[in-house]
Design a protein around this ligand. Structure first.
Ligand SMILES: [Zn+2]
Length: 271
């Protein structure tokens, strides 16, 4: 599933191909995505120039002259920049045709992705307005993490993955950040000390920044990938390494299930 780093990588890959370009047409081949693509959407966006790209949580934003397109990749979605005449494949659900002769083509076998358009301030959109802080923004810091962990009995890993508290920290990144901060994933959130909270806030940012730098971990078919998608995997300390020796202390990495997700940790490095 595309996580925050993959969406940011996609944004960076798409950006040079779309900014300043005029939308010739939006061709929707299959409107039945997670939410039905509005019938009015093609006529609303045709003829508009793309001003800039953005991202909020896992939504990719294309800011146009009179509004903003919000695209979510869902569980299995990907975007490709292709010559407009490239034959379509199964699961290619829409084409955003640009005046440069290329198309931004959306493929999504499971159709959990979505496409919306708003003329209002995009941060007021129902899908975005209640989103928690971005982990890479200044709003997510030790003070914020301290505040949201107080009095919380929930395990720290589950708190990190709660998108109403912080957006975009998926399973891989939560496990890796906890390893880097040397904190056991099962610990009650409220048991973290001020020092640990500071370390964890920094670790979350570091792990996501590194994943973005190498182009994400999980998504293979995105545009503009200049890194090898497998590269970040070689840098993982604990994720999917159960039974293998810890890269720091050689103790075997352990795995257990937490909130229906696999959690990995080093019983010796993490306290
Ligand atoms: Zn270790």
């Amino acid at each position: 599933m595309p996580e925050l780093p993959e969406v940011e990588t996609t944004r960076r890959g798409v950006d040079p191909h779309v900014v300043g370009r005029k939308i010739v047409a939006l061709e929707v081949h299959e409107p039945r995505l997670r939410w039905r693509v509005a019938d009015s959407l093609p006529s609303e966006v045709a003829g508009q120039r793309v001003r800039q790209t953005g991202r909020r949580a896992k939504y990719l934003l294309l800011e146009l002259e009179s509004g903003t397109l919000l695209l979510h990749l869902g569980m299995s979605g990907s975007l490709r920049v292709l010559p407009a005449e490239t034959p379509r494949l199964t699961h290619d659900h829409f084409d955003l045709l640009l005046d440069s002769g290329v198309t931004l083509r959306f493929n999504d076998p499971r159709r959990f992705g979505s496409l919306h358009y708003t003329k209002e301030n995009v941060s007021d959109h129902p899908l975005l307005r209640r989103l928690a802080p971005e982990p890479l923004s200044d709003a997510f810091n030790a003070d914020y993490l301290w505040r949201i962990t107080r009095k919380k009995k929930v395990a720290i890993k589950q708190l990190l993955m709660n998108s109403s508290l912080v957006v975009g920290v998926g399973n891989i990144y939560a496990s890796e950040a906890l390893f880097r901060a040397r904190i056991k994933p099962k610990r009650a959130a409220k048991s973290l000390t001020r020092t640990e909270v500071g370390k964890l806030a920094r670790a979350v940012k570091a792990v996501l920044a590194m994943a973005i730098k190498v182009g994400g971990t999980t998504l293979r078919d995105y545009v503009g990938a200049d890194g090898n998608p497998g590269y970040f995997k070689q840098k993982l300390y604990v994720y999917e390494r159960a039974g293998e020796p810890c890269r720091v202390c050689k103790t075997k990495i352990r795995q257990f299930t937490q909130g229906q997700r696999s959690t990995y940790f080093c019983p010796s490095c993490q306290k």
